[in-house]
Structure formats: structure tokens, C-alpha cells
Design a protein around this ligand. Structure first.
Ligand SMILES: [Zn+2]
Length: 162
């Protein structure tokens, strides 16, 4: 689905009980919250993963620091169909996407690491988190200081060694 289609799909006006949804997002916790999101906003959660691959140590550190600052336990990595960064990148108006924005903020505050599924994905063998091919290409083209393999692989380094 293109980002334009996602922007239509997850706009607040697609949900007729916006205030109730916002209330529940901000009051439920952990598994109850994840279940509620899956029920009310089907498809937005693409993957729930446990940990980063060894080559993405820096991402893990950043997440640890966020959790330490917020004084919460690290929980899971949640990959969403659309996240706050996608909204910012596409100049979407925040007031039209309160449901999506609140999901990202609430999960982050509870200790989850939230990212767009366009950027991160589970290794095809072990499910540890690696870059998606489009994120890999973006990092390569923009010469971001991040260790990249010569070609893209849908597997983490550990699994490639086996
Ligand atoms: Zn792996």
C-alpha cells in the first residue's frame, strides 16, 4: 500500500468513535492495549518483535536510554503500518491523525520501541530486528554513519554466518 493510501486509511475521520478510542489508548496498558489496538485499528500493528539484531546495537542503546529516561522497563519492538515519523515526513496535519500519534506516544511511554514497518523488519530466520530494504537503500544513498553490508539481506548477520 502506498503512503498516500495509508494516510487515507488511518485518518481519524475513518473512525466514528475517536474520543472513546483515544481514551482507551491512554488508559489501557501492555497486552490489553495491544489487543485493543488490533481490534479497533486492524492492520496498524504489522509485527511485535523481541529484540534487535547484533548489528543494530545502536538502536538498542537508543531505546534503552529512552526507557531509562522514562523510568520504564523495555518491552517489545512494535512495527506499525504508519507511525509519527511517516506522518511528519509526509506533512500530514497532526490534528487529523490523533489516533495514530497517540498510539505511538502511549506505546513509547510504556517501554515499547515503535517504528514504521517501512524502516524495520524481523530477520527472516530468527526475527531479530534488521533494516528493511528501503531503509537500507536510504541509509546507503545518504551515506548515514551506520554499518551496512555490501548488499541487502533479509537476514541478520548472525543468521548469515550459519
Ligand atoms: Zn537472524
Amino acid at each position: 500500500m502506498s503512503i498516500q493510501d495509508l494516510l487515507i486509511k488511518y485518518k481519524d475521520d475513518k473512525f466514528d468513535n475517536k474520543q472513546e478510542i483515544l481514551f482507551n489508548i491512554n488508559h489501557l496498558i501492555d497486552d490489553n492495549l495491544l489487543c485493543y489496538i488490533r481490534l479497533k485499528i486492524p492492520d496498524i500493528i504489522i509485527q511485535e518483535l523481541e529484540e534487535f539484531s547484533t548489528e543494530r546495537k545502536q538502536f538498542k542503546k537508543t531505546w534503552e536510554n529512552v526507557c531509562r529516561t522514562l523510568n520504564v522497563k523495555q518491552k517489545k519492538i512494535i512495527l506499525l503500518d504508519i507511525d509519527s515519523l511517516n506522518l511528519i515526513d509526509n506533512k500530514a496535519k497532526a490534528e487529523d491523525y490523533q489516533i495514530c500519534i497517540n498510539i505511538c506516544e502511549r506505546l513509547t511511554k510504556l517501554g515499547y520501541h515503535v517504528r514504521g514497518a517501512d524502516k524495520l523488519i524481523g530477520c527472516m530466520r530468527c526475527n531479530k530486528v534488521i533494516l528493511t530494504e528501503s531503509m537500507y537503500n536510504f541509509c546507503k544513498e545518504n551515506k548515514l554513519e551506520i554499518k551496512l553490508s555490501k548488499i541487502y539481506n533479509p537476514y541478520c548477520k548472525e543468521c548469515l554466518r550459519i
